[in-house]
Design a protein around this ligand. Sequence first.
Ligand SMILES: Cc1cc2nc3c(=O)[nH]c(=O)nc-3n(C[C@H](O)[C@H](O)[C@H](O)COP(=O)(O)OP(=O)(O)OC[C@H]3O[C@@H](n4cnc5c(N)ncnc54)[C@H](O)[C@@H]3O)c2cc1C
Ligand code: SF4
Length: 331
Amino acid sequence: MLRLPRFGVVTPQTVEDVVAAINQPGARIIAGGTDLLPNLKHRLEQPALLVSLSQVEALRQVGRDDRAGVVRIGAGVTLTEISENHLVRQLYPSLARAAGIVASPSIRNMATIGGNINLDTRCRYVNQSEFWRSAIGGCLKSEGTLCHVVKGGRNCVAAMSSDCVPVLTTLDATVVLVGPAGERRVAIAEYYNTDGVRHINKEPGEFMTEVQIPVPKGPRRSAYAKWTVRKNIDFPLVSVAMRFDLDADSPDARMTDVRVCVGVLNAKPRLIRRTESLAGKRLSDRATVEALCQLVYKQSKPLENVPYEAPYRRKMIPVYTRRAIEKMLAS
Ligand SMILES: Cc1cc2nc3c(=O)[nH]c(=O)nc-3n(C[C@H](O)[C@H](O)[C@H](O)COP(=O)(O)OP(=O)(O)OC[C@H]3O[C@@H](n4cnc5c(N)ncnc54)[C@H](O)[C@@H]3O)c2cc1C
Ligand code: SF4
């Protein structure tokens, strides 16, 4: 059995008290703990103090802010609550779906959107016990000095495996952070970088209080699909989120804007480029869907960082893109 290391726990009740607590030496935020606690058991880090968000009521709200034209989702809202929330289901069905297919019901009841957005990166060589890792001498993300995925590589390319992040990227979400210097906002597409060890552009002493998603201005369809081996209990091995803004609310509508984001490639979700070439085309047109699948395939090159062979995972990306569009059009 893997045991947890020793650490202290504090349970502040306000955002200000959280900021004060996380600015103590060796402090670390814990929300649902469904990602952090396994990492502690694997000795991937050993914080002296866990700052729990569980008692901060201000982080548990979901609401529409019409003045700002956004829906605000508190960092402490659970994935179950998001998948069942009527506003999310009505305005952002792809987010409701992504949140609703993370892991298992018991994990989704604990797991928060804040934890999902700030999820650590994953790799087959690092999400292992300390004993297992000692057999390969660790790696850049643990206790070693080299990368086993990119031989001779000087950067970690562990994968961002969150289900909600690719969706939030297509929805142009903004992350709100609070720290000693006050509040700031970061577009979620700018929140990540390609370094799998420090993949989040968060200043020391900051934490995320909410995510804001713009309310759609016109007709829109959206979809999310992931491939896993053991259905939902697994992290995605490939994932694709899509958003199609349309000129009418009809099956024959033309696209005015298209956003596609692919997950699990490396530490930064990949927003697919050149989708503007699809503007003006009909989503119901088979050739258009094929053109989109090709665009996604060409720009997505998985690495051998998570289980299953990278070439196979690459082939699955257009397959899951096509299936997600077909399912979306049939619904
Ligand atoms: C068996 C299993 C299967 C899983 N399958 C999936 C899956 O299919 N898809 C998926 O996306 N995830 C999966 N997960 C991972 C995890 O359950 C979810 O990503 C979950 O949303 C993490 O949220 P949490 O509240 O539990 O985060 P925690 O574990 O509490 O925290 C995760 C990280 O985020 C940081 N953090 C948390 N909240 C904040 C905040 N407000 N501001 C700044 N930093 C913060 C923590 O410090 C920590 O580094 C799985 C986990 C397990 C154990
Ligand atoms: S990508 Fe390389 S450095 Fe990063 S966790 Fe995997 S093996 Fe380690």
